[in-house]
Write a new protein. Structure first.
Ligand code: C2E
Ligand code: MG
Ligand code: MG
Ligand code: MG
Length: 281
């Protein structure tokens, strides 16, 4: 009996595995189509100097409106795109689109683009980045590339060289989701970043845990001493904002100022050139 149960348990497991694989394949082929059918869109979220309320840059964030399933969040389709390698094509689309959009913004505003580890193993990366700048006419210093520690983790000599070359062109480099990976500190030693983005997870319990404030204070001190600007992501409440400002975190990204919004809206916001005030909470 036990044997039988084991076998049927295995069967169920196998069915689930097959179903999951099918779903993934479906998502993959839909994603390929999405690129061709214009179902992908970039939304932009302002990064604000909290002292003046000025928008210094906007992060481009991918949005997918599936014709049948509706909105699919990046946390669901980016991993699939990464596994299948489709992320390289997708990433190039994002680069071009983000640069083209940012060209229409005031010159003081940069655009931040998320980069996947896979894009860095593409030998054509520098070529694609330069192409996006040239086609759009966006100056290199207005493009920021956000990378996570996973890029730096297994970085080969070739990747280090590519990153150096991009920085020499004037492109800025940010380390994203800082503090969530395994080797945050060693990535800082091996790469020159312009900005450090403190992960949202350090912010959510800021008003409850004294440790979180201490950790943020330490990151800010360390970041400053090696010449990096500090951005804090995921700031939602006035209390969080007050604490962060007291700690000297000037650059803030979060729902407290604005959610990611569509291109025409961000354009209007930037054109109004009025300092952003906190949204009513
Ligand atoms: P990320 O790069 O860390 O982007 C910040 C995420 O935090 C965004 O989620 C943003 O909407 C969210 N966020 C910002 N402020 C707040 C806040 O105050 N509260 C809360 N709860 N969330 C906030 P989103 O847009 O869902 O993107 C998730 C992740 O997907 C991104 O994390 C990034 O890793 C990835 N991603 C998005 N677009 C792209 C892309 O074009 N290329 C690549 N490779 N990855 C992308
Ligand atoms: Mg990011
Ligand atoms: Mg992040
Ligand atoms: Mg994140």
């Amino acid at each position: 009996a036990i044997k039988g149960a084991g076998r049927s348990g295995y069967k169920i497991f196998q069915h689930e595995m097959e179903a999951a694989t099918r779903a993934r394949h479906a998502l993959e082929s839909d994603l390929r189509a999405a690129l061709a059918n214009g179902e992908l869109e970039l939304h932009y979220q302002p990064i604000v100097d909290s002292n003046s309320g000025t928008v210094v840059s906007c992060e481009a964030l991918l949005r997918w409106r599936h014709p049948v399933s509706g909105y699919i969040p990046p946390s669901e389709f980016i991993p699939v795109a990464e596994d299948t390698g489709l992320i390289v094509q997708l990433g190039n689309w994002v680069l071009n689109e983000a640069c083209r959009e940012a060209r229409r913004w005031p010159q003081s505003v940069s655009v931040a683009v998320n980069m996947s580890p896979r894009q860095f193993s593409d030998p054509q990366l520098a070529f694609h980045v330069i192409g996006a700048l040239t086609r759009s006419g966006l100056p290199a210093h207005r493009l920021e590339l956000e990378i996570t520690e996973s890029v730096t983790l297994g970085a080969t000599h070739k990747i280090v060289e590519t990153i150096d070359n991009l920085r020499q062109l004037g492109i800025r480099l940010s380390i994203d989701d800082f503090g969530t990976g395994y080797s945050s500190l060693s990535s800082l030693r091996n790469f020159a970043f312009d900005k450090l983005k403190i992960d949202r997870s350090f912010v959510s319990d800021l008003d409850k845990k004294a440790e979180s404030t201490a950790i943020i204070r330490a990151i800010v001190g360390m970041g400053r001493s090696i010449g990096m600007a500090i951005v804090v992501e995921g700031v939602e409440t006035e209390t969080q904002l007050t604490i962060l400002r007291a700690e000297g975190c000037d650059l803030i990204q979060g729902y407290i100022f604005s959610r990611p919004i569509a291109a025409p809206q961000i354009r209007a916001m930037l054109a109004a050139a009025e300092p952003l005030t906190k949204l009513a909470s």
